[in-house]
Write a protein of this length. Sequence first.
Length: 163
Amino acid sequence: MAERKHAKQVTQKSAKSTTVSGKTSKGFTDEERAAMKERARELKAEARADKNKADGERDVLAKIAEMKGPDRAMAKRLHAVITASAPALSPKTWYGMPAYARDGKVVCYFQSAQKFNTRYATFGFSDAANIDKGAMWPTSFALKELTAADEARIGALVKKAVS
């Protein structure tokens, strides 16, 4: 029994994050850990009940309301543009971010600058989006503000993404 206990302690010690060079890894940032925990809660909520569009919209609007200043204003406008351009998409949260899905798969999302303390917000598409053009195409856009022209471009991209 003592041998098993000792072996378990050795295993636990060796399981700590170390690299080949022997240096300890810093692991995930606080923001990354928070996003993973948020995603786990989202998956549990989805598993408990088939979330309908109204529940997803409520969750997205709550996340948008938590945002600060320009990010909140952009997220509100993006929500309006996306829901008008592609009514078939269902709003939902994804790693704590507003996202829009078809058949349960996220097509596009908005990441506020405050989410990971970056200098700009991001509007992006997943691989479920039908935006392929040639051998290379953009899948995300940095946003500092939204103009009417930007909204029109995003609306067109979202329509293409679900086509």
